[in-house]
Design a protein around this ligand. Structure first.
Ligand code: AMP
Length: 539
């Protein structure tokens, strides 16, 4: 067989040749703008030619700091198209982390949305290696800025070459993209995607048993383009010739509902918070979302109530998936098998609320306290992965050795696997409670407690124990005006769990400490509880 490389530019070239009339639709501040793939192709080539003129060479990193829109899509293809590396920067990081990753990646040029300029201006003195700032704006003139040298994206394109050829003789293993993942402690960690990994991953999104993305689709990636390349959707949608809809800057649930209705969107992808928001918007407004044929949900566990609401109230199939920055991200997709069709809706919902079956092309193993776990839906272990779109290391980072061992990515996610091979995430390795050689899922206990009508929030953490190594302590915040005793909560938990799973104590708190993105700050809670129970442990 021929050894033709899998390159990112071949995806856009296919759209230019076979789907020149199909559109990329972007909601911008001033309204919706439409470009055909022919126009996107020409604009991308113009950008590529100008990046080259600005001195960007093969292997150089170019950062983007932007919302989901057509210009960002052009950068997705122009940067790898000249052999450079597309570094999508998370616009929500702290200034300290933004400066760190721009320097760590050694970004040479930055493409920045005009409304996001202040965040880059705030760190301008800390990023001396950036040679040019390109401002993406709808305005005719550049905004006032302290950055230098600055270029106006559209004016730059006007000077570019619409027929500029993409680099042809590329090694498919060459770096094409970069994304940083935030660590629980310390600086973010960089993952480098190759041309090959990006193309193979995009191809996987088209399989009927994953997302089944295809030409007929009108695809709207809501997940940000700086979060694992919007799960690879912009690449795949362009390649397959799907219509792409970009929700643009600072959208609200109502904006999303409106776009779905007016553009007849068929497939959307986002995290559970987005779907909770959209459900609320659908409740209040009168939107026609009947065009949707599937909602893709990942990033954190999809609550059953959300799945049910989309399906029962709106008749929209809901697909739960799992992945991480290190995995491009597609790893698991939850679709019951054909011979499970006869199960009741509730039974199927149980399966579909799990994270799902391994995508083809990947390998997994689940390692528990005593080696590989049984596929019984009960025994817990850490999910480990291998495959052509799984990272092999962090970029220039000594933390590589903690996560990548013996040829496997150790995900840090604790899972069970049922008899059919469906994987369920039950905890993070750092949060699971290791009690007497067995693991207790903090998430299961929390969910059970939060199902009590008096409980607002619950976080379960491990405290050291001389005999059992670790034991669970539950921290509970009550709803305003509600009361419940410790004993009542134990009575509530007892029928649901084995005796040794029950927390050693239940502590009532005013609030659970949280991270900047609203997740439980378990490290802090663990320290506090460890101090509180230190005497008990010493006995
Ligand atoms: P990130 O790299 O920021 O995308 O985060 C990846 C992490 O998010 C994974 O390691 C999981 O802990 C979590 N995650 C992703 N998808 C899911 C899901 N469907 N259910 C539960 N956790 C998830």
């Amino acid at each position: 067989m021929m050894k033709t490389p899998l390159t990112i530019s071949m995806m856009l070239e296919r759209a230019e040749i076979f789907f020149p009339k199909k559109q990329v639709i972007s909601r911008m501040k001033g309204g919706v703008v439409r470009h055909t793939y022919k126009e996107i192709g020409e604009r991308t080539r113009r950008l590529a030619s100008m990046l080259k003129q600005l001195g960007v060479g093969v292997g150089d990193r170019v950062g983007t700091f932007a919302w989901n829109h057509h210009r960002h899509l052009e950068a997705y293809f122009a940067i790898p198209g000249i052999g450079a590396v597309l570094h999508t920067i998370n616009i929500r990081l702290s200034p300290q982390h933004i400066a760190y990753i721009i320097n760590h990646a050694d970004d040479r040029v930055l493409l920045i949305d005009d409304d996001l300029l202040p965040a880059i201006e705030a760190v301008k003195d800390e990023i001396p290696n950036v040679r040019a700032f390109i401002i993406m704006t709808d305005a005719d003139e550049l905004p006032e800025t302290a950055l230098a040298p600055v270029y106006h994206y559209e004016k730059l394109l006007a000077d570019g070459d619409p027929a500029f050829p993409f680099l042809k003789d590329l090694d498919e293993y060459q770096p094409a993209g970069m994304c940083y993942t935030s660590a629980t402690t310390g600086q973010p960690k960089g993952v480098v995607y190759t041309h090959r990994s990006t193309v193979l991953h995009a191809m996987a999104l088209g399989l009927a048993d994953t997302l089944g993305l295809c030409e007929r689709d009108v695809a709207m990636p809501i997940v940000p383009m700086f979060h694992v390349n919007a799960w690879g959707m912009p690449f795949a949608a362009t390649w397959f010739g799907s219509t792409t809809v970009m929700p643009g800057p600072a959208f609200t649930p109502n904006v999303l509902a409106e776009l779905i209705e007016t553009e007849r969107v068929t497939i959307v992808a986002g995290v559970p918070t987005i779907w909770l928001g959209l459900l609320q918007a659908l409740e209040k407004g009168r939107y026609d979302v009947s065009s949707l044929t599937r909602v893709i949900c990942g990033g954190s566990a999809a609550p059953k109530g959300v799945i049910r609401a989309f399906e029962e109230k709106y008749g929209i199939p809901f697909i739960h998936a799992y992945g991480m920055t290190e995995t491009s991200p597609l790893v698991l997709v939850s679709r019951p098998k054909s011979y499970q069709d006869g199960l009741s809706y509730e039974e199927k919902l149980d399966i579909r609320a799990k994270q799902g079956l391994l995508a083809l092309g990947l390998e997994m193993k689940v390692i528990g306290q005593n080696g590989p776990v049984r596929w019984d839906g009960k025994e817990m272990g850490e999910l480990c992965l291998r495959g052509p779109w799984i990272a092999a290391e962090y970029y220039n980072d000594e933390r590589t050795k903690e996560t990548f061992r013996d040829g496997w990515l150790h995900t840090g996610d604790v899972v069970t696997v049922d008899e059919e091979g469906f994987v369920k995430i039950v905890d993070r390795t750092k949060d699971v409670i290791k009690s007497g050689g067995e693991w207790i899922s903090s998430v299961d206990l929390e969910n059970a407690l939060m199902a009590h009508e008096a409980v607002f929030e619950a976080a379960v953490v491990a405290v050291p124990h001389p005999k059992w190594q670790e034991r669970p302590i539950a921290c509970v915040v009550l709803k305003e005006g509600k009361s419940v005793t410790k004993e009542e909560l134990y009575d509530f938990l007892r029928p649901q769990f084995a005796k040794w799973w029950l927390p050693d104590d239940i502590v009532f708190l005013d609030e659970i400490p949280k991270t900047s993105v609203g997740k439980f700050l378990k490290r802090k809670l663990r320290d506090e509880m460890a101090a509180r129970y230190a005497d008990a442990a010493a006995e």
